[in-house]
Design a protein around this ligand. Structure first.
Ligand code: ZN
Ligand code: ZN
Ligand code: ZN
Length: 429
């Protein structure tokens, strides 16, 4: 079967995470988004792990379901069109590894996936002898990433280890500030065990494929959500039975069971391009090179973004595409599209009401963005939105890249004129 999976998110026990990130809300919003397999996040946290054991029960091999009594209550709140979708949990956690290697301080985030509570308990026991697991849902450990990988596979050969958002400047495997240049530098003799990496919001599979060292690696994308509405902002497409070992084998072999990813436009990430926020300078890597890395306004070095770092490590040109590559689908979160059509910057009450109206009538967010026929969206009375989603599906979006901490702006209509002319009227609903 075809399904969508999002492995990386955080519970209410992680720092700067919404209080609403409990299992009930993750279940509810996972269904609204149209996700079938969702990470629990934070399984290293003692209180969260207790909650997982209390509220989840084993279902298909290595996957978990919310206990029926709890699920029933939430399903009552959901519109019929969404209620019957399956949603399974998979045990996941993220560790922040800070350590020194080869004379430098390294900061890396890593994801772990586990098949059962017993494995989680083993990993947690081991890690709690190294650092404090209860201070943060994403604990900071003074532990080499390679050692964390070894602990993971010693706990269970069926567990799985993935370097997270590998381009983030400060906390990742290839990060420009405290990362490495190759997988080997980070993992030495354990390198063959790295068979998947997470792109993070500021990079996409095409950027990653420019590195021949990632040629045989599964490229995955997750939301890293800190609040329910951000679930699934990036995700993975699978075609296999709902089964833990099938999912992991797909990530080990990069075979056809991993169909591809659903991506944020990488330019929307806040460190995509180079520049200076205060000088209003936003440079592509080519422009940065032309200016020898110096800001023409203040004469200081520009802040180097992910795109430039990819260029540094890539051995293929920006236009490179591997043969028979996996599917890459770009989306703009539906709430952002609705906000754009309402010409507002924030997701307020009105936008949320329209969002609810949409998924109640047409199905999950992923269905609306990716599958529901445009004519059907129109027929349901959402004329302008239908035009916007058609533009998104055709890739006709307006892109303003993020830089130096400024989020990029992706719009389905370049300007108001285009918006109005698309339907002859400016009202969304
Ligand atoms: Zn992280
Ligand atoms: Zn995270
Ligand atoms: Zn400047």
């Amino acid at each position: 079967m075809n399904f969508i999976a999002d492995f990386h998110l955080h519970s209410k026990y992680s720092r700067s995470t919404s209080k609403q990130m409990d299992l009930e809300n993750i279940y509810q919003y996972g269904k609204i988004k149209g996700i079938q397999v969702i990470g629990t996040g934070d399984f290293t946290h003692p209180a969260w792990f207790s909650e997982l054991k209390e509220k989840l029960e084993p279902c298909e091999n290595g996957l978990f379901a919310l206990k029926p009594a709890i699920a029933k209550k939430i399903n009552k709140k959901l519109p019929a069109i969404i209620r019957k979708q399956k949603l399974r949990f998979i045990l996941t956690a993220e560790i922040s590894n800070i350590y020194s290697k080869a004379g430098q301080v390294r900061k890396m985030h890593n994801l772990i996936i586990a098949p059962d509570f017993k494995t989680v308990a083993k990993i947690n026991t081991k890690l709690s002898s190294i650092g404090n697991l209860s201070s943060d849902g994403r604990p900071i450990l003074g532990l080499d990433s390679k050692k964390l990988l070894q602990i993971t596979y010693q706990a269970n050969q069926r567990a799985f280890f993935i370097p997270a958002h590998i381009w983030t400047p400060w906390f990742s495997m290839f990060g420009s500030k405290s990362g490495f240049d190759t997988i080997e530098q980070a993992f030495d003799q354990e390198t063959p065990k790295i068979t998947a990496i997470e792109t993070g919001l500021s990079s996409d599979p095409y950027m990653n494929w420019r590195l021949s060292q990632l040629k045989h690696i599964s490229i995955i994308s997750n939301s890293d959500a800190h609040s329910p509405l951000k679930l699934g902002r990036e995700a993975n497409l699978f075609n296999c039975p709902l089964d833990y070992d099938q999912i992991i084998q797909a990530l080990q072999t990069n075979d056809q069971r991993l169909v591809g990813t659903i991506e944020f436009f990488p330019q929307e990430g806040k460190y995509h391009y180079d520049g200076h926020r205060s000088c209003n300078i936003c440079f592509s890597s080519v422009q940065t090179k032309k200016h020898q890395g110096v800001c023409p306004v203040c004469q200081r070095p520009v802040v180097v973004g992910v795109d430039n770092r990819v260029n540094e490590l890539a051995d293929h040109p920006p236009t490179y595409q591997p043969k028979n590559h996996k599917k890459v689908e770009y989306i703009i979160p539906l709430l952002e599209i609705i906000a754009e059509l309402n010409q507002v910057k924030t997701i307020g009450k009105k936008v949320l009401e329209q969002y609810q109206n949409l998924y109640s009538n047409l199905g999950s967010e992923f269905a609306i963005l990716r599958q529901v026929p445009i004519d059907q969206i129109k027929a349901a009375g959402f004329q302008t939105l239908a035009a916007g989603i058609e533009r998104l599906r055709l890739g006709k979006v307006s892109i303003q890249p993020g830089y130096d901490g400024v989020y990029g702006i992706i719009k389905v209509f370049a300007n108001n004129k285009q918006l109005k002319s698309s339907t002859g009227q400016a009202s969304l609903l």
